[in-house]
Design a protein around this ligand. Structure first.
Ligand code: ATP
Ligand code: MG
Length: 451
């Protein structure tokens, strides 16, 4: 087959593989999880090809600590299962093997062939099922095909423990050295196949300090509305990755510049064009507080963040309702909160364990205005008092409003005067299910101790 130069490579073309030997790259076995190494060696010993691939190779080359170690192989899922007692097969259309070492899981995927329906596959990755639904015959492929169907060139580097070399089919190494994030193949078709890649582009650029290549960047504002078709649950996962990993402000600014905030938070559409609007200032303040808390290893809650992002639209809606029907403020807030949650759920669905605290935080803003000693004392025991109070201070800072600040100071003092009064715990059901980021995490593998 005639070879094309990397610059004109398309998804269908087969570029020549570039092999980067051990003495020309910085990936060392010392930095690779012991469990991942075991999996790679066992597959190789049994006659299969096996490579580390994706984020872990990229991160190691950049001197970062990988979140997890993923393996790609030419062994089929059933063959992988026969090799590892501790193997669980997951996924329906495309089966993945999870090799389980206590709480550490190494994900092993068989090389994948070309497949048009990428978005649907990304969805089915999230489901775990072992019911053995029939697979399409052509779903598996060669390593070259596997590389071509990944998203960015820097995410398609393969590291082998057979010769400690890195294999590059798409010019990922050059891009990494040039600090460039580039989609594999034709950018427009790759975004159309899976519009979430636009969000991933921003996230990787920010996290890794890479520049989104112009060929991929300029298309984003035009294609951003395609995100409207992505299932709300998947967007929630992406939202957490974008905003609960220390780079929230940077991600927000880039997403907003590229027109990607509107599909995520449609109720904010217009105000985010104006950096002086309350909505914009609230977003920046809430994101920078989130980054600062994570930096100090403090917990962050998606419900609180959503409460901040959607606060002003909720208040405007409540004001409308109060004008339309002469309802008390509390009732208007409750109806407005329900309306906003409903609109928001069409783009990003916020699980109840986060939307309920968000509503509590909003309604507490009314109750915090009542400062008689008896009411104030009772409010101190409210399970969400602390979040409501923090939110009041946040509003004070955003609005730079004297009255709000004075109210904040009242509550600061009142708490100091009543150090023994503590909030009641939330119901055990809610408490058990909430976690820092809202989803179970795959634990990072422990590093190899000696190698
Ligand atoms: P992170 O550090 O955020 O985990 P990652 O690169 O490992 O980054 P994952 O979402 O864990 O990202 O995906 C693992 C790999 O799977 C990616 O590196 C990429 O090669 C491939 N991949 C993931 N999502 C997509 C997608 N939407 N389209 C194409 N390839 C994808
Ligand atoms: Mg990963």
């Amino acid at each position: 087959m005639p070879k094309k130069t990397p610059a004109t490579t398309t998804a269908a073309a087969r570029p020549q593989v570039v092999k980067i030997p051990r003495d020309r790259h910085s990936v060392s076995r010392r930095d690779i999880s012991e469990n991942a190494l075991k999996v790679l060696y066992r597959l190789n010993k049994s006659g299969f090809e096996a490579y580390l691939v994706g984020g872990c190779v990229r991160d190691l080359l950049l001197g970062l600590t990988p979140k997890d170690f993923d393996v790609a192989t030419n062994a089929k899922p059933e063959e992988i299962r026969q090799l590892f007692k501790n193997c669980r097969l997951i996924g329906r259309r495309f089966r993945l093997a999870h090799i389980v070492f206590g709480r550490d899981v190494i994900e092993v995927a068989t090389f994948r062939g070309h497949h048009p329906d990428e978005a649907e596959e990304q969805q089915s990755r999230a489901q775990t099922s072992d019911d053995g639904q029939l697979l399409r015959d052509n779903i598996y492929g060669t390593i070259e095909e596997d590389a071509q169907r990944r998203d960015f060139t820097v995410n398609a580097l393969y590291y082998s423990v057979a010769d400690f070399a890195i294999y590059d089919f798409v010019g990922g190494m050059q891009d990494l050295e040039a600090g460039r994030l580039r989609l594999i193949g034709d950018p427009e078709s790759r975004y159309r196949e899976d519009p979430v890649r636009m969000l991933r582009a921003v996230r990787f650029a920010t996290k890794l300090g890479l520049r989104i290549d112009d060929s991929c960047r300029h298309l984003i504002p035009k294609l951003a509305p395609l995100l409207d078709n992505i299932p709300a649950a998947r967007l929630f996962e992406e939202f957490l990755k974008l905003f609960l990993h220390k780079k929230a402000v940077a991600n927000f600014e880039t997403l907003n510049d590229l027109g990607l905030m509107a599909p995520l938070l449609p109720v904010l559409k217009t105000p985010l064009k104006d950096p002086n609007s309350l909505e914009y200032r609230m977003a920046v303040q809430a994101f920078s507080d989130t980054d600062a808390r994570l930096q100090e290893d403090k917990s962050v809650n998606p419900g609180y963040l959503f409460a901040a992002l959607l606060w002003y639209p909720m208040v405007s809606r409540a004001e409308e309702i109060m004008q339309e029907a002469s309802l008390p403020e509390l009732d208007a807030y409750q109806i407005a909160a329900a309306d906003i949650v409903q609109v928001q759920a069409r783009s990003i669905s916020l699980p109840k364990r986060f939307s309920l605290p968000m509503r509590d935080i909003w309604l507490l803003q009314l109750r915090l205005q009542q400062t008689s000693p008896r009411r104030a004392m009772r409010l101190l025991t409210h399970p969400k008092f602390r979040a409501g109070y923090d939110f009041l201070l946040l509003r004070g800072r955003v609005e730079n409003d004297k009255q709000l600040k004075a109210l904040g100071e009242f509550w600061t003092k009142f708490q100091a005067e009543n150090p023994d009064v503590a909030p009641m715990p939330s119901s055990p059901n809610k408490a058990r299910r909430s976690s820092r980021s809202g989803r179970p995490r795959r634990r990072r593998s422990p590093k190899a101790k000696n190698d």
